[in-house]
Design a protein around this ligand. Sequence first.
Ligand code: GLU
Length: 447
Amino acid sequence: MLDEKLQPIFADVLRRNPGEEEFHQAVREVLDSLGAVIAKHPHYAENALIERICEPERQIIFRVPWVDDHGKVHINRGFRVQFNSALGPYKGGLRFHPTVYLGTIKFLGFEQTFKNALTGMPIGGGKGGSDFDPKGRSDAEIMRFCQSFMTELYRHLGEYTDVPAGDIGVGGREIGYMFGQYKRITNRYESGVLTGKGLAWGGSQVRTEATGYGATYFVERMLQTRKQGFDGKKVIVSGAGNVAIYTIEKVTELGGRVIACSDSSGYVVDEAGIDLALLKEIKEQRRGRIADYAKARGNAAKFVPEGRIWDVPAEVAMPSATQNELNGQDARTLVKNGLIAIGEGANMPSTPEAVQTFLKAGVLFAPGKAANAGGVATSALEMQQNASRDSWTFEATEERLATIMHNIHDRCAEMADTYGSPGNYVLGANVAGFIRVAEAMRALGIV
Ligand code: GLU
């Protein structure tokens, strides 16, 4: 429930950001958690601090013209929302997807601010992207698009200013083309300006795996609070992109059996456990569809076009595709089928109704801004390595990631206890993230 003092703040957010539903949803969820905090510490509501946290510091929208392989000119819209820099340079990924509009980027930037705070590292929050659809585009077209995008964006970036990375539709290939263009325009080999780079040119070990591995560590820690683990559990992971693939990898390593994954065309069920080498080959190399996986597995796997992956009975679910992919009905189905834990690898994949359903049913629920923070935390480790012109081993980096995820888990659990809702990681994550940002903002004055 929204505290009385916070109601006018939310009303202002609605008025100022018309039609941006995902942004409203993300703000609402955080404000719902803050009533208990301002009751205990009224100073956090002074000097319009909460109003300022809800208003991005800067929003950049620009034209991205590019030429396809047939000589036809296309126009896309580019965005960068520099949300909050109280804790460090703006940090957050770039999303290339046809559904992207300002509201998407604003919701992601808002979430990122709290997520980044939760990592305990010196990074502010930001997000960017474009309504460009990379699907079916040639390598040369992707390169031209990335170059055009960076030709405008570069003036807003810098290792002390704003440091983008990948998100949906942006991986190592795209980061490479954008880094190349940034380097060319500025004539600086400024490694720390982008993260998610290749290992040969300033990237960090474990960055590719980090979001999926991190989400798995978080859920493992959460299961431990009930004296359980992944061992022998049936798991479903939605999506088949970077987050999903490395979630499947780590869950499998920890003894779980991932029996289903999906993409926008449908889902596959493979009772023997997803064959990761095959999935990687199809998704990372061929850039193919999930139906190809079922085809390659013959009778061992079945493909369900357009169905709901959440209908597949499992004990653990890891939504790792996109926002609002899991609704109230899906949540009820999962609970009915015996779900005990859910870890959000994607950003805001569960609708508010789904979240409430999980919390009421006593399911262990790890919200995205805590559970998927391993990606950006490892980006901050990449920035550290770039700043010291060093590179660490896979083992050392993974150990840092595991420690960070355990700390985030414990901090969320502690805050949930302190603010009267033990086991409520949604409240814990929102409060813990908020307090860190708010403390810095208070110290920095009204800026
Ligand atoms: N896009 C990722 C996220 O949602 C990673 C951001 C980053 O590494 O900067 O957190």
